[in-house]
Ligand binder design. Structure first.
Ligand code: NAD
Ligand code: UFG
Length: 345
C-alpha cells in the first residue's frame, strides 16, 4: 500500500510542486494549508496535473485538535513540513507572528506527530541560517548566524528537531536548506505568483518583462562579485521538489536523519539573471542600479556535494529552463487570478 504523507503548506509555491513529485513517486498525499498565502484554485490545478482528486484539509498548523483528528483518520507515515511565514522584512516588523507560526506551529505539529506515533519529518530550512557566511560555496558545517527573525525561526526549527532526535532515536528528520528556488512547473499550471509587489528577484523580473512593473531596481553594484551585483544559487523548483522525494525515501527507507543544502553549487549575479530572463522571454527588462538593500548578503552559493552523496540528489534543470518556465507561467492564462479574500503575498 502507498505510504501516506501529510504535506503542510502544500498549496504554496514549493509545496504544490512537491505534491506533484510525491504523487508521481507513488505516495498518497494529504495537503494541509490555511490558504493564507495560497490560492484555492491551486487544488483544482493539482487535480488537473495529476488526474486524481486531491485530499486537502483547510486548517492551521497551530490547531492541535484538527491536526490530531487528521492523524487519526489517515495514519500518516511521514510529514513534509512547508507551512511557514517567509517574508524577511515582514518578520522584522512582526516577529511574534513569525515565532508563533514557524516555531510554535512546528512544536504543535511535532507533539501531535509524537502522540500519533508518526516520527518522520522533512523540514524546510533555508540558506538564511548561514547569515553572511565566511565561506562560499557554503558547506553545511558553516555556523548559524541569524540576520532577522525569519532566519532565527529556521535556526530554532533545526535546533528543536536536532534536540528531539538526540532525545528519542525513534525520530527521523530530514533538514533541507534551500538556496534560491526559481521557475515553475512546465505545464504552466502552477508557479510562484505574488499578488503584491514581489520581494524576490525572479518574480520581480517576470513582472517587469510582462510590463506590469516599469523597471527592476538592482540593489547595489559594488559588492565583491564579478559584476558587483549580488550572487545567488538559483535552483529550479522542480529539482527542489525531487529533493523532497529523495529525503522522504531516505527517512522511510533506512531511517537515516540528514541535513543537506539543496542548491546547484553555481552562482548567478542579478545582471546575469536579467540577461537570462531577456533571452527566455524575448522581452526587455529595464533596470536601474540603486542602493544596496539593507540586510542583503553579497553571495549565497551552496556546497552541493553532501546532498548528492547522502541522497543521490543532483540538479538537472538549467538557469535558462528556470527563466523559460517562469515566463510560460507568468504569460499564461493561470497566473494573476483573483485569489479571493486571502492576500496572496
Ligand atoms: P509559500 O508561502 O508559497 O507556502 C507556504 C504555505 O504555507 C502557503 O500555502 C501558506 O498558505 C501556508 N501556511 C502559512 N502559514 C500556515 C499556517 N499557520 N497553517 C497552515 N498553512 C500555513 O512559501 P514557499 O516559498 O513555498 O516556502 C515553503 C517553505 O520553504 C517555507 O517553510 C519557507 O520558509 C521555506 N523556504 C522558502 C524559500 C523561498 O525562497 N521560497 C527559501 C528557503 C526556505
Ligand atoms: N534583488 C535586486 N532587486 C530586487 C530583488 C532582489 O537586485 O528587486 C537582488 C538582491 O539584492 C539579491 C538577489 O537579487 O542580490 C536575490 O534576492 P532575493 O530577494 O530574490 O533572494 P535572497 O537571497 O535575498 O532571499 C531569498 C529569500 C530568503 C532566503 C534566501 C536564501 O527571500 O528568505 O533567499 O534561501 F533566506
Amino acid at each position: 500500500m502507498a505510504e501516506k504523507i501529510l504535506l503542510t503548506g502544500g498549496a504554496g509555491y514549493i509545496g504544490s510542486h512537491t505534491y506533484v513529485a510525491l504523487v508521481a513517486a507513488g505516495y498518497a498525499v494529504t495537503i494541509l494549508d490555511n490558504f493564507q498565502n495560497a490560492n484555492r484554485s491551486v487544488i483544482d490545478r493539482l487535480e488537473q496535473l495529476t488526474g486524481a482528486p486531491v485530499s486537502v484539509a483547510e486548517a492551521d498548523i497551530r490547531d492541535a485538535t484538527t491536526l490530531a483528528s487528521l492523524f487519526a483518520e489517515h495514519q500518516f507515515d511521514a510529514v513534509v513540513h512547508f507551512a511557514a511565514l517567509k517574508a524577511v522584512s515582514e518578520s522584522v516588523e512582526r516577529p511574534l507572528d513569525y515565532f508563533d507560526v514557524n516555531i510554535s506551529g512546528l512544536i504543535n505539529l511535532l507533539r501531535v506527530m509524537d502522540a500519533a506515533g508518526c516520527r518522520n519529518i522533512v523540514f524546510s530550512s533555508s540558506a538564511t541560517v548561514y547569515g553572511v557566511p565566511d565561506e562560499t560555496p557554503t558547506p553545511e558545517t558553516a555556523e548559524f548566524r541569524a540576520m532577522n527573525p525569519y532566519g532565527q525561526t529556521k535556526i530554532s526549527g533545526e535546533q528543536i528537531l536536532n534536540q528531539l532526535t538526540a532525545a528519542d532515536d525513534r525520530w527521523n528528520v530530514g533538514i533541507l536548506r534551500y538556496f534560491n528556488p526559481a521557475g515553475a512547473h512546465d505545464s504552466a499550471l502552477i508557479g510562484e505568483d505574488p499578488r503584491d509587489i514581489p520581494n524576490n528577484l525572479m518574480p520581480f523580473i517576470a513582472k517587469v518583462a510582462a510590463g506590469e512593473l516599469a523597471e527592476l531596481q538592482v540593489f547595489g553594484d559594488d559588492y565583491d562579485t564579478p559584476d558587483g551585483t549580488g550572487v545567488r544559487d538559483y535552483i529550479h523548483v522542480d529539482d527542489l521538489a525531487k529533493g523532497h522525494v529523495l529525503s522522504l525515501a531516505a527517512l522511510l527507507g533506512d531511517g537515516q536523519s540528514h541535513l543537506v543544502n539543496l542548491g546547484t553549487g553555481e552562482g548567478h549575479s542579478v545582471l546575469e539573471m536579467v540577461a537570462a530572463y531577456r533571452r527566455a522571454s524575448n522581452r526587455d527588462v529595464p533596470y536601474r542600479i540603486t542602493e544596496r538593500r539593507a540586510g542583503d548578503v553579497p553571495v549565497y552559493v551552496a556546497r552541493a556535494d553532501k546532498a548528492e552523496e547522502i541522497l543521490g540528489f543532483k540538479t538537472e534543470r538549467t538557469l535558462d529552463e528556470m527563466c523559460a518556465s517562469s515566463w510560460k507561467w507568468i504569460a499564461g492564462p493561470h497566473s494573476s487570478e483573483d485569489p479571493g479574500p486571502e492576500d496572496k503575498g
